[in-house]
Design a binder for this molecule. Structure first.
Ligand SMILES: Nc1ncnc2c1ncn2[C@@H]1O[C@H](COP(=O)(O)OP(=O)(O)OP(=O)(O)O)[C@@H](O)[C@H]1O
Length: 312
């Protein structure tokens, strides 16, 4: 299958449920050969987006496609997309093997594939046990096995790490990375960045149905580096100090040139250089949000709008 057939594309996608704008003009792409984290707090609109990708919810506007087609236009959808939206919807009386054998004909694969995928997810030894007695972690593995029945090149996994212990999370990380290394497109939702931080190559972050950030994880890590804020009343002196130091600015300088944020340098080094240059500083501070802190800042509910005319 050509690699563009594995691209997930969401374009100006919106969904309203009555008064609730669950997904709001969302645009992003997910590429093959990479694990992409689809991140946002509870209620951000992740599941609704995944459901629209799977044709289970009709968009209010915009498109959600796989290989350029909406799900219902895929020639062999169950062989193209493996999706696990809920880990709890198993018939409790069925064994793991029976569960998979029930799906095998729908997907169009032989019964033998059921045992194969159970082995793949490390549940071979529990094939004949009833699913009702499975732990949440085992259910997650069984859900993953179900998605793999048709050997699909695209995987949509809703919170697959939920309920896994640290060992299970490590196992999942290795497993998902191997699936991506085979050239698959792997989209994994989570509301906790730290849970998937070591698994994903790319991140798509949403909040309140809207896109907040999309980039390789490395770019986000760079944004999360400690920053040193330097403020001086002497804009020209500050510019000269920065030129001599050769430090990297975190973003654009403010319009006045009196304040800058620097990365890859510590406050002591900047302070010493300013002292040596006789440059007056009004602020020299370090901010270290860390990756999770940056994520939480990004998805934080904006402060309620103020109404100065009321407050006055
Ligand atoms: N069928 C529905 N009818 C009405 N509102 C819905 C429906 N499905 C989702 N919503 C609302 O849309 C918003 C987004 O929900 P969604 O489940 O997509 O978020 P999520 O990011 O997956 O959250 P979580 O991490 O809690 O699963 C929420 O406010 C939710 O209550």
């Amino acid at each position: 299958m050509p690699s563009h057939d594995r691209v997930i594309a969401v374009s100006h996608l919106s969904k309203t449920f009555g008064p609730v704008r669950a997904v709001d003009d969302l645009t992003f792409e997910v590429h093959p050969g990479r694990v992409t984290g689809f991140l946002g707090p509870n209620g951000a609109g992740k599941t609704t987006t995944l459901r629209m990708l799977l044709g289970l919810v009709r968009p209010t506007s915009g498109t959600a496609t796989i290989g350029g087609r909406p799900y219902h236009r895929l020639p062999r959808p169950l062989r193209t997309v493996g999706a696990a939206l809920e880990a709890s919807s198993f018939h409790p009386g069925r064994t793991a093997l029976d569960h998979l054998r029930t799906y095998a004909p729908q997907v169009g694969v032989p019964d033998a594939r059921a045992s194969e995928v159970l082995d793949l997810v490390g549940l071979g030894g529990a094939a004949d046990r009833r699913v009702g007695g499975f732990s949440l972690g085992m259910r997650q593995r069984l859900a993953l096995a179900t998605t793999l029945l048709g050997d699909p090149p695209v995987l949509l996994l809703d919170e697959p790490a939920n309920g896994l212990d640290p060992e299970g999370i490590r196992w999942l990380r290795v497993f998902l990375r191997a699936l991506a290394a085979e050239g698959r497109t792997v989209l994994v939702s989570s509301h906790v960045l730290s849970e998937v931080e070591q698994t994903v190559d790319d991140v798509v972050i949403i909040a309140r149905g809207r896109l907040v950030h999309a980039s390789p994880l490395d770019d986000l890590v760079r944004l999360a580096r400690p920053q040193v804020r330097v403020v001086s009343p002497d804009a020209a002196g500050l510019t000269a100090l920065l030129a001599r130091g050769g430090w990297t600015r975190a973003g654009d300088p403010d319009a006045t040139g009196h304040a800058v944020d620097l990365v890859d340098v510590d406050a002591a080094t900047v302070g010493a250089a300013a002292f040596a240059a006789g440059l007056e500083l009004h602020e020299l501070s370090t901010r270290n949000p860390g990756l999770e802190g940056l994520f939480l800042d990004m998805v934080a509910t904006p402060a309620a709008p103020t109404h100065p005319e009321v407050a006055a």
